[in-house]
Design a protein around this ligand. Structure first.
Ligand code: ADP
Length: 450
C-alpha cells in the first residue's frame, strides 16, 4: 500500500508506560535504518517518546505506524492514533514543543479517533529505499529485541553527553568566531579612521588650494584692470601729441609754407606717415582697452542691414582697387536685427579690410543669413589662409601670422582681438575657418534680438 505517508515499515501498540521505551528504541532504529544521521535519530526518537507519553497520559491504547516514502522527496513518517475523538486541540497544545524536533507535525480528529502525524525528510546522501531495502529494514525491525529501561537510560545518557559535547564545541566555535569578528572590526575601524583622517587632510588641502586660486584670480583681475587702465591712459595721452605732429607735418609741406628742400620734404613725409601709423596703433589700443574695461555700452536699436551693407559697400569699395579681386557685398538674407549699428559695422569693416589685405586674387564676399534664432554674418576670402594651429592665436593682441605679408596696407595685430571683444559685447561670437592657400571665412554670429 502506498499513500502520502509512503509504504508501511512496521507498527506496534502503545498500552503501558514500558511501551514508551519501546517506541523510542524502535523510532531510533527506523531512523537509523532509513539513513538519518545520529543527531536526527535522537531527535526523531525523542519526538516519538514525547508523543507516546502525552498519548498514554490521555488514556491507554494507541497504534503507532512507521512508514517511509521512497519517491519524490524521500521521507520518514510516523502515525500515532488513539481511538478517541475530540482530543486534537488539547493534544496539539500539549505537543507544540515536539513540532520543533521533526519537519512537520499534524494533530487531527479523524473518523476513527485522534491522529498525530509526523514526518522527517531524509538527507540527500541517504541510500536509496528500493523495495529490497524496504524489505530488509522491515525484517530488521521485526527481529528487534527490546532493551530494558535501564539500557535505554544508558543510551539516552550517552546521547545527552554527545549532545552536550557538541554544544560545548559549538560554543567554543562561536567564541572563536566572535574573537575573529572583533579583530576584524578593530581592523576595519582603524582603516576607517585612517581613511577619514586622510580625507580630512585632502579636504583641507583642497580648501587651501581653492583659497589660493581665489586670491590668484583676484590678483589676475586686478592686474588685467590695471593693464587696461594703463593702456587707456597712455593711448589717450599720446593721441593729442601724435595728432599735433601729423598736423604740423601737413603744415610744413603745405604749398603756402616755405619751400622745403627735396630731402627735407622726404623726411617730413616720413615723420607724417610714422605719426599716422602711431595714431592708428594708439586708436586701436584705446578701443581695445575700453572694450576690455567694460566701458563700451551697446546702443541697442533695430539695425537695417540692407542700409548698413550699402554703406559698407560705399566706404570700402574705394579700397578694393585691385581688379583681380571681386569685392562682393551680397544682399542680406535678413532684413534687420536688434543690435548696435556702430559696433556691428566696426566688426564687419575690420573683417572686410583684413580680407582685402590678405587676398591677392579671387574674391572677398560679405553675406548675412538667418540661422536658428541668430543671424550669421560671413566674410569669405580666397586669400593666403591661416594655418589651423593659429586659428585661436590670431585673436590674441598684437599676434600676426609669421611671414604673412599683407598684399596692401599695414597692420597692428589689434583688429581681430577688438572685433572678438565687440562680438562678445553684442551677445555673440566670432570664429574663423581657414586653410592656407585656399582662403579664410570669418563668421560673426549674433542673436537676432538683443
Ligand atoms: P592686423 O592689423 O595685423 O590685420 P588682426 O588682429 O586684424 O591684425 O589680424 C591678425 C593677423 O591675422 C593678421 O596679421 C594676419 O596674419 C591674420 N589674418 C587676419 N585676417 C586674415 C585673413 N582674412 N586672411 C589671412 N590672414 C588673416
Amino acid at each position: 500500500m502506498t499513500g502520502p505517508t509512503g509504504e508501511p515499515l512496521m507498527s506496534m501498540r502503545l498500552r503501558v508506560e514500558q511501551d514508551i521505551f519501546m517506541v523510542r528504541q524502535l523510532g531510533r532504529e527506523v531512523a537509523r535504518a532509513v539513513g538519518l544521521e545520529s543527531q536526527d535519530q535522537t531527535r526523531f526518537a525523542t519526538a516519538l517518546s514525547e508523543v507516546g507519553r502525552v498519548l498514554l497520559a490521555a488514556g491507554p491504547d494507541a497504534e503507532v505506524v512507521f512508514s517511509a516514502r521512497p519517491y519524490g522527496v524521500p521521507t520518514l513518517h510516523v502515525t500515532m492514533a488513539r481511538p478517541v475523538r475530540g482530543e486534537a486541540d488539547r493534544l496539539a497544545r500539549q505537543l507544540q514543543h515536539v513540532g520543533r524536533l521533526v519537519d512537520t507535525m499534524e494533530v487531527e480528529d479523524g473518523s476513527t479517533g485522534t491522529v498525530v502525524r509526523m514526518a522527517r525528510r531524509l538527507p540527500p546522501g541517504a541510500s536509496e529505499l528500493t523495495p529490497a531495502r524496504m524489505d530488509e529494514i522491515r525484517s530488521g525491525l521485526a527481529g528487534h529485541v527490546p532493551g530494558s529501561p535501564l539500557d535505554e537510560l544508558a543510551v539516552q545518557n550517552q546521547q545527552l553527553i554527545a549532545a552536550l559535547d557538541e554544544v560545548r564545541a559549538q560554543r567554543d566555535d562561536l567564541a572563536r568566531l566572535n574573537a575573529e569578528l572583533e579583530d576584524t572590526n578593530r581592523g576595519v575601524m582603524a582603516l576607517y579612521h585612517q581613511l577619514s583622517e586622510e580625507l580630512e587632510e585632502t579636504n583641507r588641502g583642497v580648501v587651501a588650494l581653492y583659497a589660493e586660486l581665489d586670491e590668484k584670480s583676484v590678483q589676475l583681475r586686478a592686474a588685467s584692470e590695471a593693464k587696461s587702465r594703463f593702456l587707456a591712459n597712455v593711448s589717450h595721452e599720446l593721441r593729442a601729441p601724435v595728432t599735433a605732429i601729423i598736423g604740423l607735418g601737413r603744415l610744413l609741406t603745405d604749398s603756402a609754407s616755405d619751400d622745403l628742400t627735396e630731402e627735407q620734404s622726404r623726411q617730413v613725409d616720413l615723420i607724417r606717415s610714422s605719426a599716422s601709423d602711431l595714431l592708428t596703433l594708439v586708436n586701436g589700443l584705446l578701443d581695445l582697452a575700453k572694450a576690455e574695461a567694460g566701458r563700451i555700452e551697446p546702443n541697442w536699436s533695430e539695425v537695417d542691414l540692407k542700409a548698413m551693407f550699402g554703406q559698407l559697400r560705399g566706404t570700402l569699395r574705394p579700397l578694393a582697387t585691385r581688379p583681380e579681386v571681386d569685392f562682393v557685398i551680397e544682399e542680406p538674407a535678413v532684413p534687420s536685427l536688434r543690435s548696435d549699428e556702430v559696433l556691428l559695422a566696426q566688426v564687419l569693416r575690420n573683417l572686410l579690410t583684413n580680407a582685402m589685405k590678405f587676398t591677392e586674387s579671387g574674391s572677398v564676399r560679405l553675406s548675412a543669413r538667418p540661422i536658428g534664432g541668430d543671424v550669421e554674418f560671413s566674410v569669405a576670402d580666397t586669400g593666403t589662409g591661416i594655418p589651423p594651429e593659429l586659428h585661436e592665436r590670431i585673436f590674441e593682441e598684437f599676434y600676426q601670422v609669421p611671414g604673412s605679408k599683407p598684399v596692401s596696407g599695414k597692420g597692428t595685430g589689434l583688429g581681430l582681438p577688438y572685433a572678438r571683444r565687440l562680438a562678445g559685447i553684442l551677445g555673440g561670437g566670432l570664429r574663423v575657418d581657414s586653410e592656407p592657400g585656399s582662403g579664410s571665412t570669418f563668421t560673426l554670429r549674433l542673436p537676432a534680438t538683443s
